[in-house]
Ligand binder design. Structure first.
Ligand SMILES: C[S@@+](CC[C@H](N)C(=O)[O-])C[C@H]1O[C@@H](n2cnc3c(N)ncnc32)[C@H](O)[C@@H]1O
Length: 248
């Protein structure tokens, strides 16, 4: 068992994560990737990185559109699942996004479906962005697909729900604590009960602008959903496209 601050290692390594989020599937990933590429006219000759790739659903889609794709995740379970996809131009690695080195400069880096904001120390978030910056070519682009904290703050505090999937009960409680959205998940699977949590910092677009600026990026555009509609306070998502600034 990892320490409490590293909740993401236990939860994303668990089979129950994939059951609870089974609607977040390859079809959703394919549609989103197609929409990003056409909306921003991305260049298919580029090498790209999927940072926090999970089971590789976006990486697989990216491999159909780009020359080479790397996927990185801290969860060994996720990387094992991802590696079951044998695709020539796609490689997966176990690594921590705060401190990775693939020895490659990418045209685009994707950080998708709320794979950011997990850490206690802000310097860890900045480290992630700086590592992305170091791994991008000149004018390279970073895409971050994050929750919309403005909407979360208005809608979810204290929310309780029970969901049943495949005979397994998920009792979920969401609350806001110290500017983090904390989702506790009690899982009842037959005679067994497990407890997990998700804890994501409620960054606003202004917070991202500041962190991106410190890390050598300029925010180019923002979108509010996977159809790439403009972002507003009621959007389902906060999707950012940031460009690496020249070093001089
Ligand atoms: C919400 S999931 C999203 C996964 C994938 N992007 C998707 O859309 O299916 C977040 C992912 O980030 C990974 N992750 C969490 N902390 C990480 C870290 N420090 N370094 C690398 N990956 C990490 C988790 O293991 C998990 O697979």
């Amino acid at each position: 068992m990892s320490n409490k601050d590293d909740w993401f290692i236990d939860w994303f390594n668990s089979k129950y994560y994939h059951i609870l989020y089974k609607s977040r599937n390859k079809n959703e990933a394919n549609d989103f990737i197609k929409n990003i590429i056409s909306n921003l006219s991305l260049n298919s000759n580029e090498t790209v990185l999927d940072l926090g790739c999970g089971n590789g659903r976006h990486s697989i889609s990216l491999s159909k559109h780009f020359k080479l794709v790397d996927g990185i995740d801290i969860s060994s379970e996720n990387i094992t699942l991802a590696k079951k996809n044998k695709i020539e131009n796609l490689k997966f690695f176990i690594s921590d996004m705060r401190n990775f080195d693939t020895k490659t400069k990418y045209g685009y880096i994707f950080n998708l479906f709320t794979s950011f904001g997990y850490f206690k120390k802000n310097e860890d978030n900045i480290n992630v962005l700086k590592k992305c910056n170091n791994h991008l070519k000149k004018d390279g682009l970073l895409f971050i697909d994050f929750l919309n904290s403005e909407k979360i703050k208005m809608t979810i505090n204290g929310l309780k729900e029970t969901i049943n999937f495949d005979g397994i009960e998920f009792n979920i409680h969401k609350k806001i604590v110290d500017n983090y959205v904390v989702k506790t998940i009690e899982i009842v699977d037959g005679d067994l009960t497990f407890n997990f949590q998700e804890k994501v910092q409620l960054f606003k677009i202004e917070d991202f602008k500041e962190m991106l600026g410190i890390s050598g990026f300029e925010l180019l555009s923002s979108f509010g959903d996977y159809q790439m509609n403009p972002y507003d306070l009621n959007s389902n998502r906060l999707i950012l496209c940031a460009k690496k600034l020249a070093n001089d």
